[in-house]
Design a protein around this ligand. Structure first.
Ligand SMILES: [Zn+2]
Length: 77
């Protein structure tokens, strides 16, 4: 299991201290995504905009490649 905070998933460009734990990178990213989409504050705006705007497949791919790297760096709980 690995644990990421909302802030880590947002690459320290906002977010909060809420933690997301799991074995599956996609599930952890998805849980954080749902959390971010439920927010209305400025702290989560960069991620919310990225998810809400119809961003390109290319951008999505780039984000997941970045997150996969962070996922691999992170030790198991
Ligand atoms: Zn958050």
């Amino acid at each position: 299991m690995k644990t990421f905070t909302c802030r880590e998933i947002m690459n320290n460009e906002g977010g909060c201290d809420m933690e997301f734990t799991g074995d599956d990178m996609m599930k952890v990213a998805g849980a954080c995504g749902q959390h971010v989409m439920a927010t209305t504050d400025d702290a989560h705006k960069p991620m919310r905009d990225m998810m809400a705007n119809n961003h390109s497949e290319e951008e999505k791919k780039k984000w997941f490649e970045w997150f996969a790297g962070e996922w691999d760096k992170k030790g198991d709980n």
